[in-house]
Write a protein that binds this ligand. Sequence first.
Ligand SMILES: N[C@@H](CCC(=O)N[C@@H](CS)C(=O)NCC(=O)O)C(=O)O
Length: 205
Amino acid sequence: MTGYRLYWKKGSGSMVVEAALLLAGLPYDDVRIEDAAGLRAPDFVALNPAGKVPVLALATGQVITESAAIILALDDEFPEKRLLPPHGAPARNTAVQWLIFMATNIYPAALRYYHPERHTADKSAEAAIRLKAGLDMDRDFAQLADAIEGPFLLGQTMTITDVYAAMLADWHRPALSLPEIATLVAEVLKNPAVSQAWRNHGFGE
Ligand SMILES: N[C@@H](CCC(=O)N[C@@H](CS)C(=O)NCC(=O)O)C(=O)O
């Protein structure tokens, strides 16, 4: 193990964690989870009882789950890498605010959209759950778009919060009809580290 170990799955939220590791230039091993069976495998469930990616194991042996928590932990450990603005800067509060907003609103709505069957025992209700999840994401992306200074959330400097937003927009393509979101995604993808994680994870396909 070279330091970090990222447990990841194509198309999943581990994309933003891989981007963070690459942006920060941190060496890491990776363990690819292929499918639902891999998420239920005893070794993996021992790491994350929720059976979800991303999971990041630190060299210390500590295991962190939850995409936003992982990002905050990496930024805390390597503030000089500027995944987020420095502690004490007002811009940091804004970046963290929107990171948490996305992790607690848009990400769960995307999960409801793609897995409506997890939210009802009534098959006939699934379409309505999906529709509402899509509308929820439309509303939340519009709020995010209003906050974007352009081209990135905080203006000229990209943070990992922008990468998070781009990831979610790839899951909810209607968000790209908002010019602020479309511009942010295009600018984020100009970064070689981000585009590497994006491609590795099969985003944009
Ligand atoms: N709140 C978690 C959500 C993680 C999550 O739901 N990951 C999805 C992939 S994007 C997953 O592993 N799903 C597997 C499953 O639910 O079976 C986070 O932010 O990391």
